[in-house]
Write a protein that binds this ligand. Sequence first.
Ligand SMILES: O=P(O)(O)OC[C@H]1O[C@H](O[C@H]2O[C@H](CO)[C@@H](O)[C@H](O)[C@H]2O)[C@H](O)[C@@H](O)[C@@H]1O
Ligand SMILES: O=c1ccn([C@@H]2O[C@H](COP(=O)(O)OP(=O)(O)O)[C@@H](O)[C@H]2O)c(=O)[nH]1
Length: 473
Amino acid sequence: MSRLIVVSNRVGPIGDAARAGGLAVALVEALKSSGGIWFGWTGDVIEEADTRLKLESAGPLTLATIDLSADDFDAYYNGFANRSLWPLFHFRTGLVQYDRDNFAGYSRVNAAFAKALLPLVQQDDLIWVHDYHFLLFAEELRKLGCTRPIGHFLHIPFPPRELLTTLPNHEELVKALFAFDILGFQTEHDRDRFFDYVRMEVGGSILGDKARCFNRTVTARAFPIGIDAGTFANFASTDDGQKQFASMRDMLRGRRQIIGVDRLDYTKGLPERFNAFERMLEDHEEHRGEVSLLQVAPPSRTDVSEYQDLRLELEGMAGHINGRFAEFNWTPIRYLNRSFARQALAGLYRASHVGLVTPLRDGMNLVAKEYVAAQDPEDPGVLVLSRFAGAAKQLTDAVIVNPYDVQGMADAMNVALTMPLDERKDRYTKLMKVISEEDIGHWRTSYLEALSSVEHAGVTGGSLHGDQNGAVA
Ligand SMILES: O=P(O)(O)OC[C@H]1O[C@H](O[C@H]2O[C@H](CO)[C@@H](O)[C@H](O)[C@H]2O)[C@H](O)[C@@H](O)[C@@H]1O
Ligand SMILES: O=c1ccn([C@@H]2O[C@H](COP(=O)(O)OP(=O)(O)O)[C@@H](O)[C@H]2O)c(=O)[nH]1
């Protein structure tokens, strides 16, 4: 059996530590049984560039990580990844800042990380690269002579062609994607937007799930990421989960709670959500003093100014809403800028009557799936979910909302709060079926089957992708 090498910017932590970010959560779940190498950034920033590997064993898994220099951290992570690609891929062209020096830093880090990984690659390895931080990674590895199968999975949305082409070097990036053997997307919509770009912008052709362009062929498919549903459901009964559940229900004293759990990110639609909660309280006097919103929002990418601005905006909004509606014994919004370990989160989800997941755009959103998995099957809460989260393509039995429609979201909260038990159970059962069937194991296995079949079809190695006439296997 092949050994697996996973490459991602964010690596670990392994264990029960709080982790605000779905990629690390999902990869820990996906890798803990199979083992292999998990390669990426240490999370540390040092003054001078130093690509020495730090190796750490975690059961069958080896973590191989590298520090980033302060300059690379600014140009690659804060710069091109999080000021250019992140807003662009979430359809927010107004927030995109493009800077050639940042792109140079991004290319430099992709090349340096590829060079550092190469000595670890063995004859039978499969290489699985993750997310928008490493779009150039396969091209760099191929330049160094690597012929192993290399796959990519994009955790965030793929943007429409009209938006992608606003990035000055869009073609260079997409061409680099053709050095991978498999491209994985969260949804069919994301994959189809990639195909649209290939067809309409660079004159490529599409046949089935294969795109042909730049004299190369790549297979592109949707692999919606999942959670470890069973383990997550059991979290609610761990010590930490039960402790959080009991203290939350105790604190609520029979009142009800809506919960939101999101990194403090402008893609998550938090101001719109706070507005909608305020509207719901305006419209429904009966919920005042009775329903509160618990918003867990760990700070994220704190060097980027849009994230700093958002934090200030939300503090102002929470203060305004609380000032307007609070009673001496009831606070409408409890807004926490901290992270929780997932066992504890499971208890908080279970103690909450509504899960509010309303991003303006999101690759998948694991919180939506976790909220459902943590519910008591005999008395489940209701998931209110944005139509613009990748999860909405699978979780069609949630109460689906448009996060730009404040009144619609306020109405949906009321629907969720007043939903009869039979309907809650019915929706929960249908949602759990999807979440359990299309879980993290299914995601991992289906992706890796596709990646290993590339090798058996004899099309690996970067230069053997299809023939020169545009035909595909
Ligand atoms: O690593 P950070 O900069 O701290 O950010 C955290 C992660 O955010 C993004 O997560 C995405 O992946 C999730 C799992 O597939 C998905 O559910 C979610 O919709 C995405 O936003 C980002 O893509 C990761 O690279 C970051 O590590
Ligand atoms: O205090 C927190 C907040 C979030 N998370 C985890 O971070 C992930 C967030 O993933 P999601 O896909 O919802 O969004 P992302 O942050 O990756 O965009 C979920 O697994 C959460 O359980 C956590 O462990 N502790």
